[in-house]
Structure formats: structure tokens, C-alpha cells
Design a protein around this ligand. Structure first.
Ligand code: SF4
Length: 234
């Protein structure tokens, strides 16, 4: 027997997908959200709003350790960096957090809870994200938005029309994943600096306690100097 599982990040695409699937009366056995603990406050509020709207609980998963602990304090048990403290900031070659916080926890949850079932996952990837669609094409994953020819822009519009606006988060950022992600564009980091100064302070604090700088091209301190200069000249 098959269990139909919606992988729900809370972003525009997975929100649009979930609501459309429900509208079409498609079977959904579980809706799973992986909480990294470093989501924007607006995202947690959005998830509560979605639960109220669909009148269903969303399964919220958490890893055993916090993002901060893994970044700064987790001691590596094997490999060439054995004994090293923390994974430090992720970069394009080393996205340890994607594996630790997302794939691993979800995989374990599905394996434990649905061990006697075949799993069919539904991921919210729009038709205009061909690279992401290509990546998982051989797994037991379906992409309803792509099947329905829905673009990212259309997914966002659809959510707005249903009354979901993330309290303006998508007006500020293109992607609304972890606030502390060094892979955000400089433009988005500047918005983070301007609109969420406390979060930027936290980044500065983390950087002072770890061995790798926030990004290969800029430390947090350099970013602060750059953004202060730019904002002053605006
Ligand atoms: S969004 Fe960035 S910080 Fe968050 S899990 Fe992905 S790579 Fe890591």
C-alpha cells in the first residue's frame, strides 16, 4: 500500500502545491515540515495559518541538536577533521545542514512511521526550476506543480490570492529558507541586515566563535561595513 506524503517547507511552492492538491481531492496521508530552528518568525506564523486553513495538523520534525550546536560545538567523531568543533558555516561545496536538518531526519521519520508502506513523496518544485526537477527524477517523488505547468510566480500569486502573504517575507526575499544561510545573495543579506538587525548580530556572534568565516568573500563584519556604507549612500 502507498502512503502519500507532502514534503512541506512552508515556502510559496509547497504551500501552493498542498492547497491545490487538497482542492483537487488528492490523497494526502501526512504533511511533513522539517524545522531547522532557524526559520523566520513569519514562517512559523504562516505554518500555523496553513494548519488553521486546511483544518489539519502538519507534522513538525526537529533534529536532535540545534543549528547553533551543530555549527559551533558538535565534535566530529571520524574522518580527517576528527575532534574538530562544529561544522561551521555551510558553503556551496559543503551543505552539511541540508543533510543533517532535512534529508536525514525526514528519511528516518518516514522509515520508522511507514515501514510497511511504499512512500510517494510530493515536492513543491515549479515548472521553471528545471535543474531541481532533474536532480531527483529517479526517486519516488512527484512534482505536481511541474505537472500542472505552474511557475514560481504563479505559485506565489495563488498563495496571495488565498490570503497567505508571509507577512511580507516574499517582498523582501526570493527564497525564505533559514535566515542564517550564507548562500543567500548579497542583496538578500543586505535586506536581512536592514530589517533583522538582531539576526545579523547573532551571525556576528557565531562567526566570532567558529573557524570558518561566514562566506568565502566576506566576513559578517565586512558585510556590515559594506551595507552601512551602501545604505548611507542611498
Ligand atoms: S537554507 Fe542554507 S543554511 Fe538552511 S539548510 Fe539550506 S544550505 Fe543550510
Amino acid at each position: 500500500m502507498i502512503k502519500h506524503i507532502v514534503s512541506f517547507s512552508g515556502g510559496k511552492d509547497s504551500t501552493a502545491m498542498l492547497l491545490m492538491m487538497l482542492e483537487k481531492g488528492m490523497q494526502i496521508d501526512d504533511i511533513v515540515f522539517m524545522d531547522t530552528g532557524v526559520e523566520f518568525r513569519e514562517m512559523y506564523e504562516h505554518i500555523e495559518k496553513v494548519e488553521a486553513y486546511i483544518n489539519r495538523k502538519i507534522t513538525k520534525l526537529k533534529a536532535d541538536e540545534t543549528f547553533e550546536f551543530m555549527l559551533l560545538d558538535y565534535e566530529k567523531k571520524k574522518g580527517k577533521n576528527k575532534g574538530q568543533k562544529g561544522y561551521s558555516f555551510p558553503d556551496f561545496r559543503n551543505r552539511w545542514c541540508t543533510n543533517y536538518f532535512k534529508q536525514r531526519v525526514i528519511k528516518k521519520y518516514l522509515k520508522d512511521k511507514y515501514k510497511n508502506f511504499e512512500i510517494l513523496e510530493y515536492h513543491g518544485i515549479a515548472v521553471d526550476e528545471p535543474k531541481r526537477l532533474e536532480k531527483n527524477k529517479n526517486k519516488n517523488i512527484k512534482y505536481p506543480l511541474a505537472e500542472w505547468n505552474i511557475t514560481e510566480k504563479e505559485a506565489l500569486e495563488y498563495c496571495y490570492n488565498k490570503g497567505f502573504d508571509w507577512n511580507g517575507l516574499y517582498k523582501k526575499f526570493h527564497r525564505v529558507s533559514c535566515w542564517c544561510c550564507p548562500l543567500k545573495s548579497l542583496k538578500e543579506l543586505k535586506v536581512l541586515y536592514k530589517e533583522y538587525p538582531n539576526l545579523f548580530k547573532k551571525l556576528e556572534e557565531w562567526e566570532s566563535k567558529t573557524y570558518r568565516k561566514f562566506r568565502a568573500d566576506y566576513t559578517v563584519k565586512e558585510l556590515i561595513e559594506k551595507f552601512t556604507r551602501e545604505i548611507g549612500g542611498e
